[in-house]
Design a binder for this molecule. Structure first.
Ligand code: ATP
Ligand code: MG
Length: 155
């Protein structure tokens, strides 16, 4: 259940988000179940990496919105993690899924990442026969969309 996985991730990042006064909102029907066939630990890893980035690259008082929408005529879901953070230059977008790639290394070194988070997400979503897409505006925010089949074996 996608909703369960999101709840687990929120428990893991709760403290960090609070410290930065970042609000995380779930923008979907909380009373519904969103069942897919997936490796739940690895799916959780994908969501955790995206939400951790959203927190890391969003200044204080920002907002993160997690949404679930139907995809492929009900045969899948689009799960989005959107932030009001620093955003990503269009010219950098093609490279952010590369291993060890970090934008503006000098500035971001203090924030301690290795540049593997998104490469892992891309690897895992492809192993699930899904897709990841990103749209972003520098200075305004980013939106990462995961496209997941309800049953990857039949699609
Ligand atoms: P880690 O391995 O700890 O995740 P990382 O966060 O630097 O390190 P990735 O998660 O792969 O590595 O992200 C790659 C780069 O893409 C980041 O260094 C950052 O420059 C940019 N980036 C990723 N997510 C966002 C986001 N939500 N907003 C702005 N920039 C982002
Ligand atoms: Mg990261």
């Amino acid at each position: 259940d996608i909703h369960n996985v999101i709840q687990n991730v929120l428990l893991l990042v709760d403290k960090k988000a609070d410290e930065k006064h970042i609000l995380i909102e779930a923008d979907y029907d909380l009373s519904q179940a969103y069942i897919i066939k997936a490796d739940s630990d690895r799916f959780q890893q994908m969501i955790l990496n995206l939400v951790s980035n959203a927190i890391q690259y969003t200044p204080e008082q920002g907002k993160i919105t997690i949404s679930i929408q139907p995809w492929k005529n009900g045969k899948g879901y689009k799960v989005s993690v959107e932030d009001t953070g620093i955003g990503i230059k269009t010219s950098e977008l093609p490279r952010i899924f590369e291993r060890f790639y970090r934008i503006d290394k000098a500035r971001s070194r203090s924030s301690g990442g290795t540049g593997l988070g998104l490469a892992i997400v891309k690897h895992l979503i492809e192993a699930h026969h899904g897709e990841i897409k990103v749209s972003s505006k520098e200075g305004q925010g980013s939106k990462f969309n995961l496209f997941l089949h309800i049953d990857p074996q039949t699609d």
